[in-house]
Design a protein around this ligand. Sequence first.
Ligand code: FES
Length: 68
Amino acid sequence: MATEEEILARLKPGCICKGIKLYKIQLAIDNGATSYEEVAKATGIGGGSCKSRRCGEKVAALLRARNH
Ligand code: FES
């Protein structure tokens, strides 16, 4: 059973420009990504028009929350 946080993450945007949900970013971190670059490689974020200005802070916050 998915937690409320997981359900919300499936709906929330992670990378708006590529339509990648926050859940994909969380999954990449859970699977061992420890930096923005590793998350970007695993998910495909970062190549859009924001050039990490929007998604970079989301990834940093998730990495901090997971103690990376
Ligand atoms: S939100 Fe798409 S590359 Fe940053």
